[in-house]
Design a protein around this ligand. Structure first.
Ligand code: ATP
Ligand code: ZN
Length: 283
């Protein structure tokens, strides 16, 4: 059985559970408990504070875990980052009071910076030859300048609204983060096999999220031009319609190419275009 550590409650929990569910793994016991066993997959889930996850995985108490890359890098635990998961995206940034002048990194020379990420910040400052004092605090970092504790902060930002409401402006992005799947350095063969099974499912879910299934109708003469536009997994399916000379084409398109492709298809003579989500996609 593979032991999987997830955040108990916070910004990673919902998306982590959604991913597990989309991988077809379910458990009847809620997430209120410390641990629960999956009904239909050889896995046991541990629900923890996110900060504890890298250490549990490094120590082998959990075999794998889902956590923010920021926490993994800050923590310096001996874990392997197996896969980026694409959710809980945020950045670690330095911010200063809005009224202060900023003329590049040199402006941080000699300043006092409050943060919960001393290791990542120290690396950044050293790399840029900045001599500043780091004040490690565990929460509410953004209020440090207004209470006179620091000149600047280094904190997690997603939209910037928290900084804004505290009279701060973002001046340097020092790290970009997203949720990652981490694993313990040594997994036995049996657990490795279960992990491979899980990774295969995660990839199918991720591929499906990035792709859409497209169906459209077109007259026979438009088909070659439409086939050129549609990338597809191999080549599009072409089926005759009841109406003489008309065909239905089916294919897969990428989410980010979506609007451009739709316009080209219409121009090439496609009609009745349907675009539907894909649940799983295996190459
Ligand atoms: P815990 O109670 O488990 O210790 P926490 O309060 O330390 O939780 P959360 O705020 O739930 O942590 O954030 C967990 C992770 O989500 C962060 O480490 C970061 O990777 C990511 N994250 C933080 N803030 C945001 C945000 N505003 N938008 C998206 N992702 C974020
Ligand atoms: Zn935490």
């Amino acid at each position: 059985m593979l032991r999987i550590a997830l955040q108990k409650s916070g910004r990673l929990s919902e998306a982590s559970l959604k991913l597990i569910k989309e991988c077809g793994i379910s458990f009847t016991n809620g997430t209120g408990k410390l641990k629960t066993i999956a009904d239909n997959f050889p896995a046991e889930f541990l629900f923890l504070r996110d900060d504890d996850i890298p250490r549990y995985v490094a120590d082998g108490v959990a075999d794998i875990g889902i956590v923010g890359e920021n926490v993994v890098v800050e923590d310096r635990s001996e874990v392997v980052i197996t896969k980026a998961l694409g959710f809980s995206k945020c950045r670690l940034s330095i911010a200063i009071p809005r009224s202060e002048m900023y003329e590049g990194i040199e402006s941080l020379q000699g300043k006092h910076i409050a943060t919960s990420y001393p290791n990542i910040l120290r690396d950044f400052l050293n790399k840029n030859g900045i001599d500043a004092t780091i004040h490690e605090i565990s929460g509410s970092v953004e209020i440090a300048p207004s209470i006179g504790l620091a000149d600047a902060v280094c904190d997690i930002v997603s939209t910037g609204s928290t900084l804004m409401s505290n009279g701060l402006k973002e001046v340097e992005v020092i790290f970009r983060s997203q949720a990652v799947l981490i694993q313990t350095p040594v997994l036995n063969e049996e657990k490795q096999a279960i992990l491979q099974k899980l990774l295969f499912r995660i990839e199918a879910v991720q591929n499906a999220r990035n792709n859409k299934y497209i169906l459209l109708n077109a007259p026979k003469e438009a088909i070659p031009a439409i086939i050129d536009i549609l990338p597809g997994m191999k080549s599009p399916t072409v089926l005759p319609l009841a109406m003489e000379g008309w065909y239905s084409l089916h294919s897969v398109i990428q989410e980010d190419q979506f609007w451009e492709i739709i316009e080209q298809l219409k121009a090439a003579g496609a009609e009745g275009i349907l675009v539907v989500p894909i649940e799983k996609m295996i190459y």
